[in-house]
Write a protein that binds this ligand. Structure first.
Ligand code: ME8
Length: 496
């Protein structure tokens, strides 16, 4: 049986259309999914939308729609964007689906029966017009940080989850499982937070009288579920938990959550505690990547500086966008998005390196051999071919594997580009036009056969990153007769 691999993205709030930040996590998850499938894994790739709570209700009210009408109206923009970006998800979950609501209610009931939920008084500073609670730290001069109107101290009775009781367990768990929170900097951040002090019990309900848009608590229908408690459970509802035992047992132990660092605590503190309280092991890994910024600021809906991924792909192409996001910044670090940087990658790595290698090789194949690919004669290769190119071809798969196991996209791409660079250098050093002049046809044949072998190998390994380009190249070099076609990445002359 094939080994299972379960990978998730956050479920994105449906209060606005997706931007580059959302595309980033989703493309990274897609790249890992495609890579794992290429290595024979049975992959389950989950994404979806987070549809309950105050933010969505407010966005719907602003549009004069009911929350579900509003969610339905935004949903196509997510599905369309993921379609255009060639995202091969296996499941798309919406938190308003019955399968999810059932699992959340099961979860709550089980925690309640176990005695981990208790009724208490929730007290906080509340902004009535914004309908948002603020903490003492956030509020200055009793004014709402958003709208600057006075906040009120309000009290309401709510259910609390005894997360404080699980702090020591979690601390030990993270210490003993260094692979659970990744990268290391984020693991240290969580350890620091847990070591700093106790955890407060978490308020996991809202009175329905104040917030109507949420999943009712099964044991107290006058309360709805706090949106984060609701959202995190999606990773289990998508597996059909608790009914579909077999699917759960197959995929849960190999679950990887990809997230941005903004939602690290929810995933690395609250979520493992929720699971542990019910006797379920934490997911295998929570990997929190960095932020895409525009200039000095995080790209975000609330700052209004978002870049639409569809605009970028209209201008540069899908694969170029995917390649740029995964190549430009180490996975885990922050990055600055700019069209200049994209153009540089395009002209350098794609036009000069990859595009050039394919085009010049196929041009030679056409010119010298009428596009018929000669068979590769390994023992007859020249020194460079045998010592520099062939080993790179033979080792590429293993190098990509070792990088991808660490979610090191740059490492994998560097290995692939190492072969591309060596092959381009091989052309420059061999000077095939001289071989032709000197009638050394056997050598010339073997030289081109090796280049084509290198291109095939590159095309296979870039599939998870650039599926369209890979397909195009394989269509050009996959058969005994190659097809030259147009350059893959015609240089962009003016820097944008
Ligand atoms: O937090 N750079 O949804 P959300 C990189 N519904 N990634 C970014 C980004 C940026 N500038 N902006 C957003 C939520 N992201 C919850 C999640 S999960 C159970 C519930 C990506 O729509 C990144 O993955 O605010 C981040 O964690 C996520 O979008 C937040 O999406």
């Amino acid at each position: 049986m094939n080994k299972p691999f379960y990978i998730t993205t956050p479920i994105y709030y449906i209060n606005g259309v997706p931007h580059i930040g959302h595309a980033y996590t989703t493309i990274a998850a897609d790249c890992l999914s495609r890579y794992k499938r290429s290595r024979g894994f049975d992959v389950y790739f989950l994404t979806g939308t987070d549809e309950h709570g105050q933010k969505v209700l407010k966005a719907a009210q602003d549009k004069g729609l009911s929350p579900i009408e509003f969610a339905d109206s935004i949903l196509p923009s997510f599905k369309e964007a993921w379609g255009k970006l060639l995202i091969t998800y296996d499941d798309f979950i919406r938190t308003t689906e019955k399968r999810h609501i059932d699992t959340v209610q099961y979860f709550l009931q089980a925690l309640y029966d176990k005695g981990d939920l208790y009724l208490g008084e929730y007290e906080g500073l509340y902004c009535v017009p914004c309908e948002v609670f603020w903490t003492e730290k956030q509020v200055e001069n009793d004014l709402c940080p958003d709208c600057k109107r006075p906040v009120e101290k309000i009290k309401e009775s709510n259910y609390f989850f005894k997360i404080s009781a699980y702090r020591d367990w979690l601390l030990d768990y993270i210490k003993e499982n260094p692979g659970f929170v990744r990268p290391e900097s984020r693991r240290n951040e969580v350890l620091g937070f847990l070591q700093e002090g106790g955890l407060n019990d978490l308020c996991v309900s809202r009175p329905r009288s104040r917030l109507s848009w949420g999943i009712p608590l099964p044991f107290s229908p006058d309360h709805v579920t706090y949106v984060w408690f609701d959202a995190l459970v999606n990773y289990l509802s998508a597996l059909g938990f608790p009914k579909e035992k077999e699917r759960f047992e197959k995929f849960w132990p190999v679950c990887v959550h990809l997230i941005g660092k903004d939602i690290l605590r929810q995933h690395a503190v609250l979520w493992p505690i929720m699971l542990h309280a019910l006797g379920i092991d934490p997911p295998r890994m929570v990997f929190a990547h960095g932020w895409w910024q525009v200039g000095q600021e995080k790209m975000s809906k609330s700052l209004g500086n978002v870049v639409d991924p569809l605009d970028v792909i209209d201008e540069f192409g899908i694969d170029v966008f995917r390649y740029f996001l995964l190549r430009e910044v180490p996975f885990g670090a922050d990055g600055v998005f700019s069209k200049d940087a994209l153009t540089k990658r395009f002209n350098g790595d794609l036009a000069n390196d990859l595009g050039n290698l394919v085009y010049r090789t196929l041009t030679m194949a056409e010119k010298y051999f009428d596009s018929k690919v000669p068979a590769l004669d390994r023992p007859a290769l020249d020194d460079i071919g045998r010592n520099k190119i062939l080993p790179k071809i033979d080792e590429l798969g293993a190098k990509v594997d070792s990088a991808m196991e660490r979610f090191d996209f740059i490492g994998a791409l560097d290995a692939i580009w190492g072969l591309i660079g060596a092959a381009n250098k091989y052309v420059e050093e061999t000077k095939p036009w001289n071989l032709k002049k000197e009638n050394r046809d056997r050598e010339l044949e073997n030289f081109i056969a090796l280049l084509i072998e290198a291109i095939r190998c590159v095309a296979k390994e870039i599939t998870p990153f650039m599926p369209q380009t890979s397909e195009k190249i394989l269509a050009q070099v996959g058969l005994e007769v190659v097809k030259k076609g147009e350059p893959l990445f015609p240089r962009i002359e003016k820097e944008k």
